[in-house]
Design a protein around this ligand. Structure first.
Ligand SMILES: [Mn+2]
Length: 449
């Protein structure tokens, strides 16, 4: 599933794929990708037979992606790509929730791996616990983050990061000084002697609150002592509140996260989201990297996988989940079956010997020469379906297509075709006459689509 990316369109043949259905899927995906690179993915909904394996190997091609269903998946949903890294202050997480009108924000480590989720409940609970702590502390953050949260000016920047207890200087300078260490942050008002005493005691930072003026002398002393100096209009209580709201996301997140993979079906996503207390789920890659989040709102979107069907036009032969998919095109050479589609569809049905013949026609009409490998696999598709141009269904177009493809593929159609059919029937050593006359066991019973 790794190569499947968002917004891709699958080109897929019938169940129990034969060489024509694999060849036409590969050939048409390559053709469509000429105009829109990587948008089309050749797919199959069954195991390859020996003949097809031989054809792919002959031209160095990979088997198309195996798809078990085309039910809508998580990767088809409109995923919200909002997240924060673990050190982002809760204050910013709350702002993000408010701005984007979301209730949960995924949290990642610095490598982008999912480690938690901050929800409204988690925030509320973290702060209920916080109320019991009688000391306010500021988890290490950049000085700029503190300044932003407090709407403060940085007057002296002594370090880049701050983290420590936050003490509001209510006591006399002597008592306050005893409480402080070199990591701490003190909050003070319009009281220059206290400001001076605090700076002299060698704290990490001084916040002058409540619009108090900051004198020249104080600035010089802060610079000399290596104490960061900030000034804010907030009062001491406001500073305390905002510092409290600056707990890093990792301290307020919850870790029992409902997880989904991009390849999960949207039905499974619904189940996960509705049964989760978060009413959402995080989407992660195999290595734990966060892709995004799905919520109940996300799930309201009606999504369909987009597919192009080749070499069949009946429900019974189509991949599982086709009734939920959006069929964009059908290219086929069989009699009409009964498939109904959600929307109008490009339908190309031409009673030629193989779907690969029709795909070859697409290249020729566009004046595009396929690569050696694509020419080879299309040739294999035609030779397989027409039993080397001998089936009663063989048309002029099939002959033309073979004559055009063979030199590009660099093979002799008769020699290659004999090998190919031989592989399919496990008839190594059979002569071409035997093959074509169908004198060997099982030949005529093999159904050719
Ligand atoms: Mn066919």
């Amino acid at each position: 599933m790794g190569e499947e990316i968002l917004d891709t369109i699958l080109i897929i043949g019938h169940r129990q794929p034969d060489t024509d259905s694999i060849a036409s899927a590969i050939g048409y995906a390559a053709f469509k990708n000429l105009a829109e690179p990587h948008k089309y993915i050749a797919a199959r909904c069954g195991e390859l037979n020996a003949e097809t394996c031989f054809a792919l190997e002959s031209f160095g091609l990979k088997a198309p992606t195996l798809i078990d269903s085309v039910h809508p998946r998580v990767s088809d949903l409109p995923i919200a790509r909002i997240s924060v890294t673990q050190d982002v202050p809760a204050h910013d997480v709350a702002t993000l929730m408010d701005v984007h009108d979301i209730r949960n924000v995924p949290v990642t480590d610095n490598e982008g791996k999912l480690i938690g989720i901050v929800g409204e409940h988690g925030l509320a609970r973290a702060y209920l616990h916080q109320m019991k702590i009688n000391e306010i502390a500021f988890a290490p953050h950049p000085v700029d983050t503190l300044a932003r949260i407090l709407s403060a000016r940085i007057i002296v920047r002594a370090t880049e990061t701050l983290g420590g207890r936050v003490i509001i200087a209510l006591d006399t300078p002597e008592i306050t000084r005893k409480k402080l260490t070199g990591k701490d942050i003190a909050v003070v008002g319009d009281n220059e002697p206290v400001q001076q005493a605090l700076i002299a005691s060698g704290i990490a930072a001084l916040i002058v609150a409540d619009r108090a003026p900051v004198g020249e002398q104080i600035i010089r002393e802060a610079e000399a002592q290596g104490v960061s100096l900030l000034a804010t209009d907030l009062d001491a209580f406001g500073v305390g509140t905002m510092v409290n709201l600056s707990l890093p996301a990792r301290m307020v997140m919850e870790t029992d996260i409902p997880r989904l993979a991009l390849s999960d079906t949207s039905a499974h996503a619904k189940q996960t989201v509705y049964s989760s207390k978060f009413r959402s789920a995080c989407i992660v890659e195999n290595d734990g990297t966060l892709c995004g989040i799905v919520t109940r709102t996300t799930l309201l979107a009606e999504v369909h996988r987009r597919v192009i069907l080749v070499d069949h036009n009946e429900f019974a032969q189509a991949v599982e989940g086709i009734d939920e998919a959006e069929i964009l095109e059908i290219i086929d050479h069989h009699r009409l079956g009964v498939i109904s589609t959600l929307k109008p569809v490009k339908f190309l049905n031409d009673p030629v010997g193989s779907t690969s013949t029709i795909i070859t026609g697409k290249y020729r009409e566009a004046g595009v020469t396929p690569s050696t490998a694509i020419a080879g696999i299309l040739l294999a598709g035609i030779l397989s379906d027409t039993l080397i141009l001998k089936m009663s269904t063989t048309t002029r177009e099939d002959h033309d297509a073979v004559a055009w493809l063979a030199p590009i593929a660099g093979v002799d159609p008769l020699v290659f075709g004999t090998h190919l059919l031989g592989k399919g029937m496990n008839l190594e050593g059979t002569t071409i006459e035997e093959l074509l006359c169908g004198t060997r066991n099982g030949m005529n019973s093999q159904k050719r689509r």
